[in-house]
Design a protein around this ligand. Sequence first.
Ligand code: PMV
Length: 333
Amino acid sequence: MKASVIANANIALVKYWGKRNKELMLPQTGSVSMTTEALQAHTTVEFDPKYTEDILIVGGKEYRKGDEEYDDYVSLFLNVVRKMTGNQTKCKIVSNNNFPTAAGLASSAAGFAALAAAVNAALEMGLDGRQLTMLARRGSGSATRSIQGGFVEWHRGEAEDGSDCFAEQIFPPEHWPEFRMVIAVTSKKDKKVKSRAGMAKSVENSPFYESWRELVPKHIDMVKKALADRDFKTLGETAELNALAMHAVAIATNPPIVYWNAGTMDIVHAVMDWRDEGLECYSTIDGGPQVKILCLEKDANDIANRLKQFGNIEDVIITKPGQAARVVDEHLF
Ligand code: PMV
């Protein structure tokens, strides 16, 4: 009853910001993402009667009862699994990311996709790809998309029980092998407001929430068409507008959710200036201060070198479209 999985983080091109059902983790809108090649979570889970309680170790740090990560995230997820399988055996989970955790680099997406796929293998649950996206969703909404590789759509669904809310690959990584994201890490500190709490407040009181709900389906159609046509300009423009609209919704929430720091803003402006100079690039930002720059392979190194000139950037990572979550032989314990 032991299995290991590597799952890759995904970055949304059309963002998810808000749930319509908190328990089932059903979103208010659909979303579209790219699974990255470079950002990976490696997770091992073992269910064994020798464990008297669930053990969680992420990046060498042990989390216990009373810690938010343990109580509000992993325990809730394991409850879902125990209800599905009837198996009450306790487990040990060890997970390592090759990138900073909880700072807007989709660590929960990679982590819960890896955990869901590892639990499925360890307990021989026999879930197929679609069912696995639905299980990963119960850990973290965006994790549903990291089960799949390449370019992925998370369907909002209509059913109240969530039975039509799943993620599906739109195009494999090879569809657009020149597509790149250059990730600028402006701070490695944990974010102050977790996405889950932030988006709940936005749904509750952001004056722009209704406009966001109406805007997202249009952006999804535009991004899917731009992906199909490999139309980089439309894709980049739409993704950048979508991210800024999401942050406008968040900033107007009470209390305000401002994920940006000075480095974030410097890069957003620089990307607009570079574009005016003829360099094809667009920015997107998630629930944290990091900026991901969308570009094509021919410009990726140039953009990375320009970013390295900024004083306030801690790391630059170039990534292309990556693969789906997969079971691996290498156990972490
Ligand atoms: O799945 P969560 O709770 O980590 O929320 C992710 C929210 C964003 O990263 C900001 C947007 C997205 O679609 O990934």
